[in-house]
Design a protein around this ligand. Structure first.
Ligand code: FAD
Ligand code: EPU
Length: 342
């Protein structure tokens, strides 16, 4: 019975990469669909809020969690369909994302190389449609399988139904807190199709032949330079999304800052939040007073760091100071990327 394993007053500090101290009233680790269903049933009977936890690399715990944390440990992967040129594989939500990226490359299955070294678990990948170095999950996602809490049934959503967009999906909107992703289906190619247009990746590859393995290694090198390893310097990756602004706003900023990086996208122009932070003087910031123990990474201003392992409320105070200063200076509003609890 799963409830024998229900733990109380559990520290979540080891389970969030920002290393924020916070406790869960209850925590249960589930390693089967049956256990997941029991845990959900229990939370409904007891009227407890739920938090589905993967690797904890994209959350801010702003207070203790008064409900039930469900640590999703479903493991395994299986081939659903194999053809001469492609494979469709189902991967359980609790698998480590980067372990699966490496495994897929070892099999000669391509499409995930640009998404190398992203922390967290497979089940979280569709939540914000993870993306890096010119590729998003949407380019390989076939379907998402999960437990629909309101319907009380398992359900499969084709990729088109997941409303994947930049750092966004249906799981942040209509299906927020009501759909537990238990597995994802990925369609990977057996034919290498390197995507090397992202400037930093192109520069890193220089004149190297862009085999999938070379691309993966180049991505790993660039990331190792720009992003701190959470186990030595607690962080949650990019703390803000890159803002998408309208043409008029873009032109106003470009006139004032001709060197400002920007990319046209369907809904407007995407700006680099890290550049905005750096220009506003936040790169390599070290907090003092109420903000001591916090800072921003010296190689990448968009990454808030928490070497002092201070509380989520303080992390959010730094985030507010940053968004206010960027808003004042550029007239651009930044949104937080990780999910904030409490
Ligand atoms: P968690 O933090 O555990 O959960 C995040 C949210 O998803 C929570 O709301 C949680 O409830 C929900 N969730 C998780 N699993 C499930 C599930 N199975 N069913 C339903 N809901 C679920 N992201 C990128 O897109 N690109 C990057 O390049 C990138 N680089 C990063 C670098 C660093 C150093 C760090 C720390 C983070 C980075 N991230 C990046 C963010 C993060 O790695 C991704 O968002 C990742 O997908 C989060 O996975 P997780 O398992 O840790 O999710
Ligand atoms: N930049 C600066 N100063 C900084 C940081 C960045 O000027 O301090 C400039 C860079 O020079 C570059 C541009 O901003 O011209 C973009 O920087 P970078 O390539 O480092 O990427 P990013 O836009 O800051 C995004 C994702 C990352 C992802 C990388 C690579 C978001 C919010 N972040 O960062 O994802 O790894 O691109 O594709 O979209 C995450 O989501 O947690 C994450 C790490």
């Amino acid at each position: 019975d799963v409830f024998l394993k229900l733990q109380q007053a559990v520290s979540l500090q080891p389970f969030n990469t920002l290393a924020v101290p916070a406790r869960a009233r209850y925590l249960v680790a589930v390693d089967s669909l049956g256990a997941l269903q029991e845990a959900v049933d229990y939370s409904r009977q007891q009227d407890l809020e739920r938090m589905v936890l993967g690797g904890g690399s994209n959350i801010v715990l702003a207070s203790d969690f008064p409900g039930l944390v469900i640590q999703l440990n479903l493991r395994g992967s299986e081939i659903l369909e194999e053809r001469a040129d492609a494979v469709t594989v189902q991967v359980a939500a609790g698998e480590n994302w980067d372990d699966f990226v490496r495994f897929s490359l070892d099999q000669g299955w391509y499409g995930l190389e640009n998404l190398s070294a992203i922390p967290g678990n497979v089940g979280a990948a569709p939540i914000q449609n993870i993306g890096a170095y010119g590729v998003e999950l949407s380019s390989v996602l076939k379907a998402v399988v999960g437990y629909d809490i309101e319907a009380g049934t398992m359900r499969r959503l084709e990729s088109e139904a997941c409303e994947l967009a930049y750092r966004d999906s249906i799981f942040k909107h209509t299906l927020k807190d009501r759909f537990v992703i238990t597995a994802v289906e990925l369609r990977l190619s057996k034919i290498a199709q390197p995507e090397t247009s992202y400037p930093a990746l192109m520069a890193e590859l220089a004149d190297e032949t862009p085999t999938p393995e070379a691309v993966a290694q180049a991505v790993r090198r660039v990331r190792a330079r720009k992003l701190p390893a959470p186990d030595t310097l607690p962080n949650a990756g990019s703390f803000f999304k890159n803002p998408i602004v309208d043409q008029a706003c873009y032109e106003r900023l470009r006139n004032a800052h001709p060197a400002m990086p920007a990319w046209p996208v369907a809904s407007g122009v995407k700006l680099a939040a890290g550049w905005l932070l750096e220009q506003a003087g936040w790169k390599g910031y070290r907090g003092e007073g109420d903000l001591s123990g916090l800072g921003t990474y010296h190689e990448q201003a968009l990454v808030l760091i928490n070497p002092g392992r201070v509380a989520g409320q303080q992390v959010l105070a730094l985030a507010r100071a940053i968004t206010e200063s960027v808003s004042e200076r550029f007239g651009v509003e930044l949104d937080i990327e990780p999910r904030v609890y409490g």
